[in-house]
Write a protein that binds this ligand. Structure first.
Ligand SMILES: *[C@@H]1O[C@H](CO)[C@@H](O)[C@H](O)[C@H]1NC(C)=O
Ligand SMILES: *[C@@H]1O[C@H](CO)[C@@H](O)[C@H](O)[C@H]1NC(C)=O
Length: 270
C-alpha cells in the first residue's frame, strides 16, 4: 500500500519535473548522460541563447523559423521551445522542437543538433510530435550564420522532421599548431635580430649621434667579425691555396712590397 503510494508520488514528481521550464539544453536518454554529448553541448556554449531566423515563402504565406541555441524562443508563450515556426502576419505559432528533449552528435567538421517533443502534427505523420534537426557545418569565418531551412519532411507515416542548416566555427575540428619547434625558434631569432638592429640603430642615431654607416649597432665589431668570417671561409672553402701575402693583403700595406715576384710563381705552368 505504502509502496504504491510512494510510486504514485514518484510518477507525479517526474511528470511535474518534465513540465518545468529549463534554461538550457537537456539531453535525452534517461538519467545516465553521455559524456560525449555533454562535451559537444559544452562546445556549443559560445552560441548559447543566440537567436537565428529564417523566412520562407510557401504559396501565399510566408513562415518565419526562429532558432535559439539551448535557450527559449519566448519564455512567456511556450516554455522550452527552442525552435518555432510563426506565420508572418498572424499569431499562429507552432513549436517545432523543445530544448528539454535535445540530442546532439558530431563528425569531423559538423555537429547535428536535434530538438524533439515539438507540437503534434494535426494531420500528418500519425500525429507524432514535431522534431527539428539542425546541421551545423564548419565555417572558420563565423561564430554562427546562414541559418536556413532545407526542408520539411512530413510525407510519411512516422519519423517526420524539419531539417535546417547553419555555419559555425564551433563545428570545425580542433586545429593543431602548424608551427614546428624549429620554425618557432627561427621566428624568435628573427624578432630578436630585428629588435637588435632597429633598437641599435635608434640608439646610435639619437643617443650617440652617429651618421651614415656608423648608425649600424656595434659596427666595428661586425666589420671585424665579417673579416674573421671571410678569413675562415678563405681557409676552409678555397680549393687552391693562396699565398699568405694575398690572403692578408688588406691587413698591412707594409707586407705588400716584400716578395711580389714569389706570389705568382706557383701559377706558372710547370
Ligand atoms: C512572446 O510572446 C508574447 C505573446 O505572444 C509576445 O507579446 C512577445 O512579444 C513575445 N516575446 C518575444 C521576445 O518574442
Ligand atoms: C566530436 O566532438 C568531440 C568533442 O568535442 C571530439 O572530441 C571528437 O573528436 C569529435 N568527433 C569527430 C569525429 O571529430
Amino acid at each position: 500500500m505504502y509502496a504504491q503510494l510512494w510510486c504514485l508520488c514518484l510518477v507525479a514528481a517526474t511528470a511535474f519535473a518534465a513540465d518545468q521550464p529549463v534554461d538550457d539544453c537537456v539531453l535525452t536518454g534517461g538519467d545516465k548522460k553521455s559524456a560525449a554529448e555533454q562535451a559537444l553541448l559544452q562546445r556549443l556554449a559560445p552560441l548559447k541563447t543566440k537567436k537565428f531566423e529564417a523566412t520562407i515563402q510557401e504559396g501565399d504565406d510566408s513562415y518565419k523559423y526562429t532558432f535559439v541555441v539551448c535557450g527559449r524562443v519566448n519564455a512567456s508563450t511556450s516554455p522550452n521551445a527552442g525552435l518555432v515556426q510563426s506565420k508572418v502576419g498572424s499569431t499562429e505559432v507552432t513549436v517545432i522542437g523543445r530544448i528539454d528533449d535535445t540530442h546532439i552528435l558530431n563528425g569531423t567538421d559538423w555537429i547535428m543538433l536535434f530538438y524533439k517533443s515539438g507540437d503534434k502534427y494535426d494531420n500528418h505523420c500519425d500525429h507524432e510530435p514535431r522534431k527539428a534537426m539542425i546541421m551545423i557545418s564548419c565555417n572558420k569565418n563565423t561564430l554562427g550564420d546562414g541559418f536556413t531551412i532545407i526542408n520539411e519532411e512530413r510525407n510519411k507515416s512516422k519519423d517526420c522532421f524539419y531539417l535546417f542548416e547553419m555555419d559555425s566555427s564551433l563545428a570545425c575540428p580542433a586545429e593543431e599548431s602548424h608551427l614546428s619547434v624549429g620554425s618557432i625558434l627561427l621566428i624568435v631569432f628573427a624578432v630578436i635580430l630585428a629588435v637588435y638592429i632597429i633598437g641599435g640603430f635608434l640608439y646610435q642615431r639619437f643617443v650617440v649621434g652617429a651618421k651614415g654607416i656608423e648608425q649600424f649597432p656595434n659596427i666595428t665589431f661586425w666589420q671585424e667579425f665579417g673579416n674573421l668570417v671571410a678569413d675562415g671561409c678563405d681557409f676552409a672553402c678555397r680549393s687552391r691555396p693562396r699565398s699568405s701575402e694575398t690572403a692578408y693583403r688588406g691587413v698591412g700595406d707594409d707586407q705588400l712590397g716584400e716578395e711580389p715576384e714569389e706570389r705568382d710563381d706557383h701559377l706558372l705552368p710547370m
